[in-house]
Every structure is written in structure tokens, then in C-alpha cells.
Design a protein around this ligand. Structure first.
Ligand SMILES: [Zn+2]
Length: 679
């Protein structure tokens, strides 16, 4: 989107048109799974919420680290699922056990108390991911039964993303969900139920015979589509009870959802949320940048909340479908009410005020937030963060953030995996399948990484699978947060297709799937090589620190002048837009296809010779290996002990090349600089 366009949107749909709007949804979310909070403390938070003019509490009752709601028909959900041993979140005392759950009577009382304050309570039962505590209680409802080691079904003891997913292929699992929701809807009168849907890594679903059978039966093309199916099933069940369904924005990844769903937008996938709104869907705003109150004041201070756009870009033009905002308080690193209050106030007051009064000048805003925060402290005893943290300079913010990182740092000895690794592995597997890498090999590659994460050795006969998946993870990470993020989708996918091409070349050479081109694809994964049309372009710095654009000829390139020139034109435009400091640098090519020896052997109208003509040759480079590979399809691993006399002579090129090799000649590659258009 251009700057002009974004400015226009803000004017049209932004603050000006919405001043004084009282949103229907003004809420906060409390995560009681990571840290249980006694009912009495929740009442105090509700008292504070009333002072701030909020009308919704979203109660995140279940997650990997604890199931906190009594369910009569499945008592083990709390007997097993609400109990965990020592935990390792960082920033919280690891020795505390933090067990506990809410009885159905306690829940009724809290809902009634909130109601007396004009606050409605929205229950969340998280599905299909963040379900480790549920599956610890009922492991027969997970994809794998009795799996040993790190990925067993257990109440998790650290933050992060875990592979435990409710099995979408087992009817008993769906029955449990429906029965749980029967009890949930009995206790919570709110006309919608939140069923989560975020961060569901599909590692197990891809490997589960039951889930795969369900996908085949329903004709679903991907595991994301399977999640969409599950969400639709549960949504339909809730609709029968007259309830709507709220999901986190991630749930749109498998395709559109009908508008009896409500989407809570928090991170990425904004284009999906925008499309959902375009179709009439309603959205709650919880963007991490402004509303995540477990984040440090170094990331989100009061001033930043004041500065936020009145309408987020994804909602521009659909302002009437924005239900309002909600501030989540995730509690991995928040143990106890004091810390919760420090994180919530004054920022919860600021977010509520900002949504109501988008035009208020900063000094007035700050004064009003101070009044509200003082009132909260006076009436509830809950003490927020000091004013020194409300409007930090960049340097101060950096300091506060560094101190927070220090406070929440996990000890080296903590027996838990790095956060985010499984998320990236899931992204990389999804990418592998999208690129057409054979499914069995892609899953073998994922298994290899999983084994490493569990501290096991890579499986025997890995055939480079583990290396492949680590590179795809690097590529996926770069696409999400790094150098690839801003590159157009088409170039991203075209470039990544080098991976399946190399796997299929490996198969042609050896007769089985494998990957042995890590030296090459590491540059693709790191956004140094781009496939644009027929050719690849590399941002290359030679030994003499000279920058040049290296032109590569992929094995599937079609050397037709029109296509090649089109590729050059597009490459120049691409470089100008995304790497202007590289635009206009010489384009060079080092290839066996530029070898002068080919002039003697190929007919004058050969495409290869016409390709050569576009280059001024600078240097010959002895290279028999490329000749063997290009002309005889002999891969690196097949060269040891190769009998030249046994090479085929099916074409004149092969005949000539074989004779040259037998006479001890070096066919050579060549290095040239692109000097003219292709003809
Ligand atoms: Zn399954």
C-alpha cells in the first residue's frame, strides 16, 4: 500500500469519523491457565474494569499449562489438567506449584458478580492447539497415544508452542468438545463462546492416520483446511445453541469463516481479517503492538497507546464491523495480583480511553489516565506502574526492555525447549508441502528436526532431510520476520522452488529422495538469490569485495530470448524497488553453458549459443564436473570410480564431450558479463 493510500484511509475511516464512538466491546482478557488467580482477586480486577468503563472480561480458562474449569462429565480435566509441578516461565518463582481450578459454583458467582457491575464474561476453551493440559487428562483424544519423551502428553511447565493438538480425526474428541461446551454454555449466558484457534502447529495432524483419513474423506487439501472444518463443526454446534463463536485471527488461515464467527485480531494474517470484514465479519481489535499488556512498558507505554491509529489498516472502510478492543493479559511471566496490576494499570485505562476519545490532546489524555488510575488504586487497592514509565524516550524504553528481559530470563538449566522452534518447524513443513516436496520426504525432514529437539540423534539414512528442513525453517523465519518479509509472494515461491528441484534432481541421480545442495540453497533461504522468470539473480560480493549481480541458469530454465529479456526487465525493476544499492551493477554469469567449447559442437542456431552471444566472456574456468552433470546427468555422489568409457553417446554433444574427456581435455566453464539483450 502506498503512503498516499494509507493516508487517505486514515482520513476517511479514522479518528475523525469515529470521535466519541462507544464501542460495543470494551474488554480485557485474563489468562488463568499459566497462572491461576483466586476468585477473590478476579473480583478486584472486575471492580477496576468497571471504573474504566469496560464491559467485557474474556476468561482464558484452558491452555497447555492448566485446565481451570470444572467439567462434571470429564472430571479428569481438572484432576489431572489443573495440576503441574515446578514451572519454568522465567520471571516467576519456579518452585510454586500453581495448581487450582474454578468449581462450577465459583464460576456462577463470578459471572453473577461481573453482571452486577455491568460486565459480561466470555469463556474461552482453547482448541485445537494449546490443548496439552486437556490431552494430559485424556491422552486417547490426541493424535499419538502414549508417545514417550519430550513430546508426551503432559501439563506443560513452560511457555511456548507445543505439538499437542486435539485429534481432528477421532469422533470421541469432537464428542468431548461438544460435551464441554454444553456445560460452558450452561454457566455463561454471554451470546458467544471463544474457542481459540491460534498457534495450532499441525506437526501431529500431518502424521496422524486418523486426521489424514478425515482429510481424505472430506476432500480437504491441507491441515489448515482441517482446522477450518473443525472450527466450522464447533461453530455450527454453538449456533444450534444460539451462540456465536469467537476465534483468534489465525483460524482464518484455512479459508474464510461465515459471519456468525467473530474474529479477534492479534498478530499477522491481517489480509485474512480484512477479507473477513469485507464479507461482513465482525472483529475485535487486540493487536499486539498496542493491546498486549503482558508486554513490557519498554514496548508499549501510555504514550504509544495514545499515538495508535484510531482505526487499524485492516479495518479501514469497514469501521462499522469493528466491535471494539480487548487487552489480553497473558500470564506466563505474571504470577500474582500485584504484578498483574502493574501490567494492567494505567495501560488498560489508556486503551479504553483512547478508543472512546480518539481526538483528546496528549496532556489532557495523560491527566485523565492519571485520574482513572488513582481512582482504581483508591477503590480497589490495585497499584499500577509509576508515571516514570508512561512516556519513555527510545533510550529509556530500551533500558526498561532490557531489564524486563533480564527479569524474565530462563536459567540455562531449565529443562524446556526454546520458544518458537516448533512454530517455525510447522511453517517450514507447510512451505515444503506447498512447494511440492514429496510428502514422505518432507515429513522425514521434520522428524529429523524433532528428533534433534528431543535430544535424540538424527535418524539413520537421513539423506540430507534434516539439513533441508533446517534451511526451510531459516527461509520461513526470514519470510515472517526477516529479509524475505517485504519481497512479493510470486518471487518468494518461485525462488523457493529450488528446493523441490534439487530434491528431484537428487532422485534422478540416485534413485531416492535426498538433499545435497545446502551450499546453494542457504543463499536462497537467506534472501541473497531470487528467481525471477527464467533466471536466478544473486546479490554477490566477490573476494575482491566487488559487488555484482550473479546470473544463474536453473536447470529448468527455458532459454528463449523473449523469456530471458522479460526476466531481465523484471529483475531490474525488482532491484530498483527492493535493493536500490544493487540496481545497475554489472550482471555476470559463471556457467558451463558459456563454455567456448560448445561453439564447436552445437549447431549455429542452438539456443545455448544464442544465449552465449549476450555475454562478453572474461575468463575460462576448468570444470569437468559441470560437464558430467549437465551432459551426462552424473551427480556428485556418482563420480567416484566413474568409468569414462561407459558414458553414453546418445547425442552428438555426448559423443564430442566423451571424446574430449577420454583424451584428457578439460571442457571448462566460462565467466562473462552480460553486454546486450538476448536475441
Ligand atoms: Zn489426529
Amino acid at each position: 500500500m502506498t503512503d498516499d493510500c494509507s493516508r487517505m484511509r486514515k482520513q476517511e475511516g479514522g479518528a475523525a469519523g469515529m470521535a466519541g464512538r462507544v464501542y460495543e466491546h470494551r474488554g480485557f482478557m485474563l489468562d488463568v491457565s499459566r497462572h491461576y488467580m483466586p476468585a477473590e482477586e478476579i473480583r478486584r480486577l472486575l471492580d477496576a474494569a468497571k471504573i474504566l468503563g469496560l464491559n467485557r472480561m474474556h476468561w482464558h480458562l484452558t491452555d497447555d499449562q492448566g485446565w481451570r474449569m470444572e467439567i462434571r462429565s470429564y472430571p479428569n480435566l481438572t484432576e489431572t489438567g489443573s495440576v503441574r509441578g515446578r514451572s519454568y516461565f522465567g520471571g516467576t518463582p519456579g518452585e510454586e506449584r500453581n495448581d487450582g481450578f474454578y468449581s462450577q459454583q465459583e464460576i456462577r458467582d463470578i459471572v453473577a458478580y461481573a453482571g452486577s457491575l455491568g460486565i459480561e464474561v466470555i469463556p474461552e476453551i482453547e482448541l485445537p492447539g494449546h490443548a496439552a493440559a486437556m490431552l494430559a487428562a485424556y491422552p486417547e483424544l490426541s493424535c499419538r497415544r502414549g508417545e514417550a519423551g519430550r513430546w508426551e502428553n503432559r501439563v506443560e511447565i513452560s511457555g511456548g508452542i507445543f505439538p499437542a493438538l486435539v485429534c481432528a480425526g477421532k469422533d470421541e474428541a469432537l464428542a468431548l468438545i461438544r460435551n464441554v461446551l454444553d456445560e460452558v454454555t450452561e454457566l455463561f449466558p454471554f451470546p458467544a463462546v471463544h474457542i481459540g484457534g491460534d498457534e495450532a502447529v499441525k506437526l501431529r495432524w500431518r502424521r496422524c492416520p486418523d486426521c489424514q483419513a478425515r482429510m481424505r474423506k472430506l476432500g480437504l487439501a491441507s491441515e489448515d483446511a482441517l482446522q477450518r472444518w473443525l472450527m466450522l463443526e464447533i461453530g455450527a454446534y454453538l449456533a444450534e445453541k444460539g451462540r456465536r463463536t469467537i476465534v483468534w485471527g489465525d483460524a482464518l488461515a484455512g479459508g474464510p469463516l461465515p459471519d456468525h464467527f467473530i474474529v479477534q485480531q492479534w498478530m499477522e494474517g491481517e489480509e485474512n481479517t480484512r477479507a473477513f470484514m469485507a464479507g461482513g465479519g465482525q472483529v475485535i481489535r487486540s493487536d499486539t503492538d498496542y493491546f498486549y499488556l503482558d508486554y513490557s512498558y519498554g514496548q508499549i507505554d501510555v504514550r504509544k497507546i495514545w499515538e495508535m491509529p484510531g482505526i487499524p489498516d485492516y479495518a479501514a472502510g469497514y469501521e462499522d464491523r469493528l466491535l471494539g478492543m480487548e487487552c489480553p493479559l497473558w500470564t506466563e511471566r505474571i504470577a500474582g495480583l500485584d504484578r498483574a496490576a502493574f501490567q494492567l494499570f494505567p495501560r488498560l485505562a489508556a486503551a479504553a480511553l483512547r478508543m472512546r476519545e480518539p481526538e483528546m490532546p496528549w496532556e489532557d489524555f495523560r491527566a485523565r489516565v492519571a485520574e482513572l488510575t488513582a481512582e482504581v488504586e483508591r477503590k480497589t487497592g490495585l497499584k499500577g506502574a509509576p508515571e516514570a514509565l508512561w512516556a519513555l524516550s527510545p533510550a529509556e524504553a530500551e533500558k526498561v526492555l532490557a531489564a524486563e528481559r533480564e527479569r524474565t530470563r530462563l536459567p540455562e538449566t531449565a529443562p524446556v525447549p526454546g520458544e518458537g522452534t516448533l512454530f517455525l518447524l510447522d511453517e517450514a513443513e507447510r512451505l515444503a508441502l506447498r512447494l511440492g516436496i514429496p510428502r514422505a520426504f518432507a515429513l522425514k525432514a521434520g522428524d529429523s528436526v524433532l528428533a534433534g529437539l528431543s535430544g535424540q540423534a538424527a535418524p539413520e539414512g537421513d539423506s540430507g532431510a534434516g539439513i533441508l528442513m533446517r534451511q526451510l525453517m531459516q527461509a520461513a523465519e526470514s519470510r515472517l520476520w526477516g529479509a524475505w518479509k517485504r519481497i512479493p509472494e510470486e518471487i518468494w515461491i518461485e525462488t523457493m522452488k529450488a528446493f523441490p528441484r534439487f530434491i528431484s534432481e537428487h532422485r534422478r541421480s540416485y534413485g531416492y529422495d535426498g538433499f545435497d545442495r545446502a551450499g546453494w540453497t542457504v543463499r536462497q533461504a537467506g534472501a541473497r538469490i531470487f528467481r525471477i522468470g527464467e533466471l536466478e539473480y544473486e546479490l554477490a560480493e566477490t573476494e575482491a569485495r566487488k559487488r555484482e549481480i550473479g546470473v544463474h541458469i536453473p536447470s529448468d530454465a527455458r532459454l528463449e530470448p523473449e523469456r530471458l529479456n522479460d526476466s531481465l526487465t523484471r529483475a531490474d525493476a525488482f532491484l530498483r524497488e527492493f535493493f536500490p544499492e544493487w540496481a545497475g551493477l554489472p550482471k555476470t554469469c559463471e556457467s558451463w553453458l558459456l563454455s567456448p567449447v560448445l561453439k564447436e559442437w552445437l549447431p549455429p542456431d542452438s539456443r545455448i549459443l544464442r544465449f552465449q552471444e549476450a555475454f562478453d566472456l572474461l575468463e575460462n574456468l576448468p570444470d569437468n564436473d559441470a560437464a558430467l552433470e549437465w551432459v551426462f546427468h552424473v551427480a556428485e555422489g556418482q563420480r567416484a570410480g566413474l568409468a569414462l568409457a561407459a558414458l553414453p553417446e546418445d547425442t552428438s554433444l555426448q559423443k564430442n564431450m566423451k571424446a574430449l574427456l577420454l583424451s584428457g581435455g578439460k571442457p571448462g566453464a566460462a565467466y562473462g558479463v552480460l553486454a546486450r539483450p538476448f536475441r
